[in-house]
Design a protein around this ligand. Structure first.
Ligand code: SF4
Length: 339
């Protein structure tokens, strides 16, 4: 049975005003998140994945950026229509975000305990003593030993992996329904990365929290996600279950990303493939498919018109002209070339 939708993003557009003009960072993104699932959002730097995440939290700096179109519905409530005061009540208690760099996201001058308890006292109106008990429980939950004494320590007294666990504890202390993790393992070595991903899985198993994992790393996607959105130039170009994206990718960009992953089953001296070219300028996005200048299968129509999003099957969708029945002669060539 399909689980209930918790979050629905519909036709989201986000722009930033800069001295050079308007950057169209997110251009019509739509997706949904169900209860208890992990959705990975994957793509290169600048593809709009972090801006999408921050838009859900309404954390786009107002002096330069804004949501220009679209809706973000959380349990049916449109977050784009809430006041800042209403959003403050929701952030941390219902939807929380974990940032990439703990050294800049956390305050080095305040004890870890104060930073964890702040959210509990604000959202749950508990006494300091009650908040302390909850903070200790949460530190235990995220795998920090001796939590009573750790509460009195400062950021510099923790290793990188421990700091990431503390960020997760702060985000999770009020037991939100959605955790948004923005590249939470990028700065960690592979062993600690695996431990942190295991921690996310364990939290989900124990509490049913839904997770949006923003990453550029397909290894992270394979380990943790149920479904994947592939983003390119501010748009979702392909979405589907992990097995669809890894075993039956349809968009040439998704195939390029997969082709650039190191593989243990290939000869060591086979060079990794790369995707030639660079992403388009989002000051003036191309009128057709944004990937056309880098796509070896581009058709004449690709440079002129945006491809529609079409269903490959039930919950696997792709925005590419190759899905058009008239491109049937091109598809076999692509399948053969990529294997
Ligand atoms: Fe390539 Fe055309 Fe598909 Fe874009 S729409 S990915 S240019 S084939």
């Amino acid at each position: 049975m399909e689980k209930k939708k918790l979050l629905e993003v519909e036709g989201l557009h986000v722009s930033f005003q800069t001295h050079g003009g308007t950057v169209q960072a997110v251009r019509g993104v739509s997706f949904s998140l169900h209860e208890g699932e992990t959705l990975a959002v994957v793509g290169e730097s600048g593809c709009g994945k972090s801006v999408t995440a921050r838009s859900i939290m309404r954390l786009i700096p107002e002096h330069i950026g804004r949501i220009t179109e679209g809706h973000i519905r959380f349990q049916g409530k449109d977050l784009t229509a809430l006041t800042e005061k209403q959003m403050r009540e929701l952030r941390g208690s219902q939807i929380s975000m974990i940032f990439q760099d703990s050294m800049t996201a956390l305050n080095p001058t305040i004890t870890i305990g104060e930073q964890i308890m702040e959210g509990i006292i604000r959202h749950q109106k508990l006494s300091r003593q009650e908040a302390k008990v909850q903070a200790i429980e949460t530190l235990k939950l995220v795998g920090i030993a001796n939590p009573e004494s750790r509460l009195r320590q400062y950021l510099h007294q923790f290793s990188g992996g421990m700091r990431q666990r503390i960020m997760i504890a702060i985000a999770f202390v009020c037991r939100p329904k959605i955790l948004i993790a923005d590249e939470p393992t990028t700065a960690l070595d592979v062993t600690i990365q695996a431990q942190i991903l295991d921690l996310f899985k364990r939290l989900q198993e124990q509490t049913g929290v839904s997770i949006i994992m923003i990453t550029h790393d397909l290894g992270v996607v394979a380990k943790i996600a149920n479904r994947v959105n592939v983003m390119y130039a501010g748009q979702v170009v392909e979405s589907g279950a992990v097995r669809d994206i890894f075993y039956q990718p349809q968009h040439p960009y998704t195939r390029g990303l997969l082709g650039s992953m190191p593989r243990l089953d290939l000869e060591r001296d086979i060079p990794l493939k790369s995707i030639p070219g660079t992403p388009p300028d989002l000051f003036a996005p191309p009128q057709g498919c944004a990937f056309a200048a880098r796509c070896e299968y581009a058709l004449e129509v690709c440079g002129r018109y945006q491809p529609e999003t079409t269903a490959v099957h039930d919950r696997h969708q792709v925005a590419c002209w190759l899905q058009d029945p008239r491109a049937k002669n091109i598809r076999p060539q692509m399948d053969e070339a990529i294997g």
